[in-house]
Ligand binder design. Structure first.
Ligand code: HEC
Ligand code: HEC
Length: 340
């Protein structure tokens, strides 16, 4: 019942400031656990799952793994979002077409069901748009959509699969993107981390992780941004060449200068390296970065400042960040429909 309450009340906090934390009875160690859960915007409020048919998800799986979706036939979504590497690539910055280094880190798709908008600068409103952007990006799959549709239509297996879903609808890039998105939403993962258990039942966190939660919501000031929204902030990462202006390139307001999306922290221990530029190798490096208040202070977010955390606080915080790790299922590459 409480769980349902948390799910239904959350959207009310989607844009506003978190409430003061409703106290609930019987929480023992940490009295406002459930009150806090109601504030955990980013953690629950955007969760989506695929409601598509098994056939559509399967079509999406094939398209996701099929390098023929790229112009030179060498790159699929799975080239960068690798299932065996938690749907990212383990690299600081992605490698695009002809192995060129791109400017941003590949986000894990384990959290793609958990966002209000997509990409580090939030420029895609839907998963479909994100998929079509990757396909067309000249530095990635470099495939125009007309060419994509022509290629897919030549492959009998795809013609049949699209017709099976709707025999009257033409095969379009939009339908391909929809199937890919349904597959991404269907990636087998659970919300069974220690932290999930804790906010549902009040139990499940070790004493050290609980202390870390107190650092996270108290002197660490992490909850101010994480768990309250998906909003854009400039956390003060070192400038790179060429500079990446982040959200400012989409919406040129001073607040958006080098601001990037606050990512979900689900499964964060699985998806190193960190930040939009992959410049921080470990969770400990991320913690040290926040403790020194970031590295570059021009237009840095007002919530970024040096923190007074003891060595034990940092250890506790790191253990707490590990409590976001949940069960993830595997997905094998499918047998692709042959070229005819
Ligand atoms: C060359 C590597 C590469 C390929 C190929 C690629 N991606 Fe990505 N993907 C990235 C990078 C890098 C980003 C972050 C880009 C940005 O923020 O501007 C990203 C971001 C995303 C996001 C946004 C995730 C989030 O949480 O904001 C989604 C969804 C996504 N990709 C899906 C796909 C799909 C579907 C395909 C295949 C059609 C694909 N990607 C192909 C590297 C790649
Ligand atoms: C001012 C808002 C803000 C505060 C305060 C903040 N974060 Fe972040 N966090 C962000 C944003 C925005 C990003 C992405 C930044 C980027 O890549 O440019 C991020 C990125 C991260 C990442 C890497 C995510 C990934 O997928 O690469 C971790 C881990 C993280 N923060 C943990 C913390 C912890 C722990 C604290 C408290 C010590 C904290 N954050 C405080 C906004 C904030």
């Amino acid at each position: 019942m409480r769980l349902l309450l948390a799910f239904f009340l959350l959207p009310a906090f989607a844009h506003g400031a978190p409430g003061t934390g409703t106290k609930m009875e019987g929480e023992g160690y940490f009295p406002d656990a459930h009150g806090a859960a109601l504030e955990l915007g980013g953690y629950f409020q955007f969760l989506r799952r695929s409601t598509a048919t098994a056939e559509e998800v399967e079509l999406g799986r094939e398209l996701f793994f099929d390098p023929r979706l790229s112009r030179n036939g060498k790159m699929s979504c799975a080239t960068c979002h690798k299932p065996e590497l938690n749907w990212t690539d383990g690299l600081a910055r992605a490698r695009g077409k002809d192995a060129q280094e791109l400017t941003r880190n590949t986000p894990s798709l384990l959290t793609a069901h958990d966002g209000r908008f997509f990409f580090w600068d939030g420029r895609a409103a839907t998963l479909e748009e994100a998929a079509l952007t990757a396909i067309q990006n000249p530095k990635e799959m470099n495939q125009d959509l007309e060419g994509l549709v022509a290629k897919l239509k030549k492959i009998r297996g795809y013609r049949e699969r699209f017709a099976l879903l709707d025999k009257n609808a033409p095969l379009t890039a939009g339908r391909a993107a929809k199937a890919i998105s349904e597959f991404v939403l269907a990636i087998p993962r659970s919300e069974d981390s220690d932290f999930d258990k804790f906010i549902k039942t009040g139990a499940g966190l070790s004493p050290q992780a609980k202390r870390g939660w107190l650092v996270f919501s108290g002197p660490g000031n992490c909850r101010t941004c994480h768990f309250s929204s998906n909003h854009f902030h400039n956390v003060g990462l070192k400038e790179r060449t060429p500079p990446d202006l982040g959200r400012y390139a989409i919406d040129p307001k001073q607040d958006n200068w080098k601001a990037f999306k606050t990512p979900s922290l689900r499964n964060i221990a699985r998806t190193a390296p960190y930040m939009h530029d992959g410049s921080l190798a470990t969770l400990r490096d991320v913690i040290e970065f926040y403790v020194r208040g970031g590295d570059e202070h021009r237009y840095e977010d007002a919530n970024m400042h040096a923190l007074k955390l003891s060595a034990a606080d940092k250890d506790d915080l790191e253990v707490f960040l590990n409590s976001f790790t949940s069960t993830v299922g595997t997905v094998a590459p499918p047998r692709l429909p042959p070229d005819e």
